[in-house]
Write a protein that binds this ligand. Structure first.
Ligand code: PLP
Length: 503
C-alpha cells in the first residue's frame, strides 16, 4: 500500500469506498494476525518512561486527510510496541485474561454493524441475541432459570446496577425521591461487604449517594473470608442505631487472594434480614463452567443478583460483564425513564428495551462476540482451557510450597497464587518489625526485577499486612514453560538480591 492519499479522499467520497475498505481491512487483519502470532517477542511491559509517548504524537489534529497506509505504519511503530501486552503469555498480573480469536472476530463485526441495542427497535437482533447469550451463560454456570440478566461493560457497572436495585427494593424509593432531606432514612443506608471486597463496591456506594460511609466492611478470617457472625452482628447493631441496611455483597474470588466468602451462610443472614444479596464472582465465576468445581459457589443461586466477567476469564475482549438477577423488575425500577422520543410507536407489543436496566442509554452489541466465542470454543473447549489454567496455577503453588525459601500466603482455590520470598533462615522471625519491613522491601525489589526482564509480568497485593506477590494464570497462550520461567526468574532475583550465588 502506498502512503499517498487513498483515492476516495481525493474524489470526495464521504466514507471509505467499499473496495478500499476491503483492502485496508485485509491489511489490518494481517497486522492483527502478525501481532497475535508474534506477541511473545515483545517485553510484556513496554520499556517506556511516563510522558515519553505523548510528544511522539502531533499535538494538533491534522487538517488534511492522511492515507490509511500511513496511519497503519504509525500504529505499528507508535502504538503496538508501546502497549502493555495483555495478550502476552507471560502476562500473569492482576487477573490475566485473553482477547481470544473468535472474540476479536465478533468485535470486528460488532464495529461494522454499528448496532446500539438500547431499544428492541434500534437493534432487534442485538436485543434478542443478548437474551440468548445471557441465558446460555446462565445455563453454563449451572444457575436456575429464575435468573435473567444483561451484559454491561464492567463488573463495576454491574455491581452499581445491582446496588441501585437493592436501594429500590429496600423500599427507600430513592430513584424518585432522592436522598436529601429524607429524615425517615435515619443516619443513612448501609451496604455490607468483606474487608477484602473489591473497591467497586465502595465506588458504587459513593456513586449512589450512600457515601463511602455507607459501606460497612466486615472482618475476614485467616483465609480472607467474610466472618458471618460479624456480618449478622453488624446488621443488628446498625438497625439498632437507626441505619437502613439494604444489601450484602459476598465475593466468590476476591481480588487480592481469590478467597471465597461463605455464600450459603451469608445468603441465610441476608434472607433473615430481608437484604438484597449480590455475589461478586467477576473473576472466579468462570470456574462454575466446570460442574465438579462448583463447590465454592454453593449458595449463589440464592442471590438476588450476581456478576461474572467474561472479559476476565472467559477469553472475551474487554468489555463484557454478565449481570444476572432474579429481580429484573427491581433493576428496571431503579433505572427506567422513557422520554417521549424513545417510545416505540409501531405497536410491536411487549419488548425488552435494555436501556431501562442500566444508567446509560446507548449500549454496545456485546452479545455478538460472546455468541462467536461460545460457539467456536464450545462449552467443552472453554472448560478444558479453564481446567488447564487451574492445573498450571496448582503446579506453581506446589513449586512454592516445596521451596523452603518461599512461602504461600493464601489457599489457591482458582488460578491465582499468592506468595512471597521468605528465606528459611528467617522463618521463626517474621513477626519482628525489622524482619517484616525487610521482607516487604525485598519482595518489592524481586517483583520489580522480575518484571524488568520483559518475560513475565506479575503484580502484588498486601495480605495480613505482608507484601504479597501474585501470579495469575488466565491467558490462553500461557504454557507450563511460562510459569516455570516466572519461577526461575523469581528465585534467580531473590538469590541475586540476597547476595547469594546463582544456582
Ligand atoms: N470484582 C472483583 C472481584 C474484581 O477482581 C474486579 C477487578 O479485578 C472487579 C470486581 C472490577 O472489575 P471491572 O474492571 O470489570 O469493573
Amino acid at each position: 500500500m502506498s502512503t499517498d492519499l487513498d483515492p476516495e479522499q481525493v474524489s470526495g467520497a464521504l466514507d471509505m469506498e467499499p473496495e478500499a475498505f476491503r483492502a485496508a481491512a485485509h491489511a489490518v487483519v494481517d497486522v492483527m494476525a502478525d501481532y497475535l502470532a508474534g506477541v511473545e517477542a515483545y517485553p510484556v511491559l513496554p520499556p517506556v518512561e511516563p510522558g515519553s509517548l505523548r510528544p511522539r504524537f502531533p499535538a494538533a489534529p491534522p487538517d488534511a486527510p492522511e492515507a490509511i497506509a500511513l496511519i497503519l505504519a504509525d500504529y505499528r511503530t507508535l502504538v503496538e510496541p508501546n502497549a502493555t501486552h495483555w495478550q502476552h503469555p507471560g502476562f500473569m498480573a492482576y487477573f490475566a485474561t485473553t482477547a481470544s480469536g473468535p472474540g476479536i472476530l465478533g468485535e470486528m463485526l460488532t464495529a461494522a454493524l454499528g448496532q446500539n441495542p438500547m431499544l428492541w427497535r434500534t437493534s432487534p437482533v442485538g436485543t434478542e441475541l443478548e437474551g440468548v447469550v445471557v441465558d446460555w451463560l446462565r445455563q453454563a454456570l449451572g444457575l436456575p432459570d429464575g435468573f435473567d440478566g444483561l451484559l454491561t461493560d464492567t463488573a463495576s457497572t454491574s455491581t452499581l446496577i445491582a446496588l441501585a436495585a437493592a436501594r429500590e427494593a429496600g423500599g427507600a424509593d430513592v430513584a424518585a425521591r432522592g436522598l436529601s432531606g429524607r429524615g425517615e432514612l435515619g443516619p443513612g443506608l448501609r451496604v455490607y461487604a468483606s474487608a477484602e471486597a473489591h473497591s467497586s463496591v465502595e465506588r458504587a456506594c459513593m456513586t449512589l449517594g450512600l457515601g463511602r460511609i455507607g459501606l460497612r466492611r466486615i472482618p475476614t478470617d485467616e483465609q480472607y473470608r467474610m466472618q458471618v457472625d460479624a456480618l449478622e452482628a453488624a446488621i443488628a447493631e446498625d438497625r439498632a442505631a437507626g441505619l437502613w441496611p439494604i444489601a450484602v455483597v459476598a465475593t466468590a474470588g476476591t481480588t487480592s487472594s481469590t478467597s471465597v466468602d461463605p455464600v450459603s451462610a451469608i445468603a441465610e443472614v441476608a434472607e433473615r434480614a430481608g437484604l438484597w444479596l449480590h455475589v461478586d464472582a467477576a473473576y472466579a465465576g468462570a470456574v462454575a463452567l466446570l460442574p465438579d468445581r462448583r463447590g465454592p459457589f454453593a449458595g449463589w443461586e440464592r442471590a438476588d443478583s450476581l456478576v461474572v466477567n467474561p472479559h476476565k476469564w472467559l477469553y472475551t475482549p474487554l468489555d463484557a460483564s454478565l449481570l444476572l438477577s432474579r429481580r429484573m423488575e427491581a433493576i428496571r425500577s431503579a433505572f427506567s425513564l422513557v422520554p417521549e422520543y424513545l417510545r416505540t410507536l409501531d405497536r410491536i407489543g411487549p419488548v425488552r428495551d435494555y436501556n431501562e436496566y442500566q444508567p446509560q442509554l446507548g449500549r454496545r452489541f456485546r452479545a455478538l462476540k460472546l455468541w462467536f466465542l461460545i460457539r467456536w470454543f464450545g462449552l467443552d473447549g472453554l472448560r478444558r482451557r479453564i481446567s488447564r489454567h487451574l492445573e498450571l496455577a496448582a503446579g506453581f503453588a506446589e513449586m512454592v510450597d516445596a521451596d523452603p525459601d518461599w512461602e504461600r500466603l493464601a489457599p489457591v482455590p482458582f488460578s491465582t497464587v499468592c506468595f512471597r520470598w521468605r528465606p528459611a533462615r528467617l522463618a521463626g522471625r517474621t513477626d519482628e518489625l525489622s524482619v517484616r519491613a525487610f521482607l516487604d522491601d525485598r519482595n518489592a525489589e524481586i517483583i520489580d526485577a522480575v518484571n524488568r526482564s520483559g518475560d513475565v509480568f506479575l503484580s502484588h497485593t498486601r495480605l495480613a499486612d505482608r507484601f504479597t506477590i501474585r501470579l495469575s494464570v488466565g491467558n490462553l497462550r500461557t504454557e507450563a514453560r511460562h510459569v516455570d520461567r516466572a519461577w526461575d526468574l523469581l528465585r534467580q532475583e531473590a538469590r541475586r538480591l540476597d547476595g547469594r550465588p546463582d544456582g
